[in-house]
Design a protein around this ligand. Sequence first.
Ligand code: GLV
Length: 304
Amino acid sequence: MVFYSQVDDFEAWRSALAAEDIELRQTGDIADKASVRHALVWKPPHGFFADFANLALVINLGAGVDALVGRDDLPDVPITRLSDPKMARMMAGYVLFAVTRHARNIPAFERAQRQRRWHYIHPRDPETIRVGILGLGELGLAAAIECARQGYQVQGWSNTLKDVDGIRTSAGLEALPEIFSGSDILVCMLPQTPLTQNLLNAERLALLKTGAAFVNVSRGSIVDEAALIAALQSGHIAEATLDVFATEPLPPSSPLWAMDNVLITPHLASIALPASAARQIGENVRRLRTGQPLLSRVDPGRGY
Ligand code: GLV
């Protein structure tokens, strides 16, 4: 199996996959490229796959496959993405942190602290705070359940209707305005597909209640970033926690950097954890060998 990622730890993946009887190598260490059957990749350079004529499986080293499915240099083989309960748990932890940050007025306390000001704001009951979660895939679902467990009024929205215990759900474009206008904190967890590109445009962001908070942990391209910046500048959106951006790394010229109502993290809300994700990779390699259906197979037409 060939590995490519500029952000993941090759040694950690190598030893995790060795436990699954998979030999992981980096391109430079592979003499016989024709022997490579599987690729574990995160954003490999264009043309990467051409060297490996006998690939039978491409594994996206992450949950979001948008950077992979849009390419014109993919081999005609199945693509899977990682689906790992620990990745979902890590994401749910970040979302709960972001929701708590807004629900508990942490940005106001940070501003007050810089002014040496004791600024008491009486905490609100989580049950009075409405959290909208856009996207109820594995990660969105885990985050919705985590927020509901903390008592927030969670409403989940997805492309196709999901039935989730304890969470109000809705689906389809016609249900979107209600989620926007009915959320105190809106969390974007949608996959990037042709359907979701720029879905959170100026018109939809305008539907948010004045003073709402916004969290994005999926992809920057789903939001009209200029409209988001304008809404944060006017105060229509009071605060945001942003892990993803239209251009990454976020350029130094972005006005977002200087906004004290915005927390920026560099696209790390959740990552694939080798020890647990390797089991799914091992399972898929075995399934491929024995002709069984693959887990978390990507439908390139649908985009996820
Ligand atoms: C990270 O953004 C991922 O898609 O795994």
